[in-house]
Design a binder for this molecule. Sequence first.
Ligand SMILES: *Cc1c(COP(=O)(O)O)cnc(C)c1O
Length: 421
Amino acid sequence: MSLTYPDPSLLKELAGEYGTPLMVYDEDAIRQTMRAYTENFRSDIFETAVLYASKAFLCTAIAGIAMEEGLHFDAVSGGEIYCLAKAGASAERIHFHGNNKTPGEIEDFFRLGHGHIIVDNEDELKLVRSIANSLKQPMDILIRLNPGVEAHTHEYIATATKDSKFGISIDKTDAIISMVNIIEACPYLTFAGFHSHIGSQILESEAFAMEIRVMFEFIGMMHDRHGIDVRDLDLGGGFAIRYTHEDNPPSTESVCRRIISLCEEEVTRRNLPLKRLMIEPGRSIVGDSGYTLYTAGCRKSTDSREYVFIDGGMADNIRPALYEAEYTCRNITRNDEAPDRTYTLAGKCCESGDILIKEARLPETFPGDLLLVHATGAYGYSMASNYNRLGRPPVVFINGSSHRLVLRRETYEDMMNLDVE
Ligand SMILES: *Cc1c(COP(=O)(O)O)cnc(C)c1O
């Protein structure tokens, strides 16, 4: 199965209109993915919610689409919450995450309304409690647990040393019970349940099955031995997408159904009063519906490589430099020609590590050719920087044959705006 991409003539038109580098999202594909989640992540015995992990890509346009499609949000900072609020999201739709929320961020969220805070540690819980008491405002609280299951791409492991910076180790029963007691003793806070998140780009759904077993074992024990009822369970995100032809993630439908059926089985067998199950997909909502268009510039050959340089790079997509992420690209200008050459696609930033694709299969490529990189929709724009004073690229949403600009190109003046001297 080959990777899909928008109509090449439309892409050429967009590059002409907005210039490159340019990010293009297929809005219809995003909506279809959101629907695949909301339609398949459903149960007859408990409620469900799909939370879009907004750190993957956030602007008011994507937030608006997510709301129209019935999604809720996971946010990890005051800045993300601010953008979601600007897009019209109420606090009830937002789950506020993060391992070191500042007092200012927590206060602002209380002022926005009655939402959910996922507390990461006991210090943070005490901070949330003191803010709740002084503002006299309600908040639902989930506790983030570290289930000792860690998963990335093909590997998932039950870690013996639970030393991640996120969450309370699931072994620490006494500490967790004492946190539940702190929440229940505060008149403004409601204990809602537990959260866990085991990793990213998880290609094996068995990893989620392991997470579910561990979490329900714990929830069952809390219920049977300590009389603590869990209303909400949030299993986090991490669902994989296709970056290259070799990636073969399970479908959204099959992962959702497997999670639902495993959880239904646990709830029924253990006779638990679970009210709501949640997941938090980020990458898989926007990743493979987003593309970056670049213009090829100069070329260079060394003894072992043929370089093609592009007019962007690690400033708009740091993932290859940060963790050797792999991508697939195509030459839109020569879309009909066989990709019979191997090039190294390198950016224009002053770092030897600024290589987007080490071995890109392309037809013979010339300066001025339009290149499309697939599946850049998640953690590309949101991790973009102004390194070398490159402005962030504009973002266009396409919808069939029409399109609209949702984020304009960042200009030199935009970058000077912070300079107060
Ligand atoms: C990053 C993150 C997500 C989303 O992860 P994806 O791999 O993009 O699906 C969800 N929940 C939490 C707590 C996260 O940190």
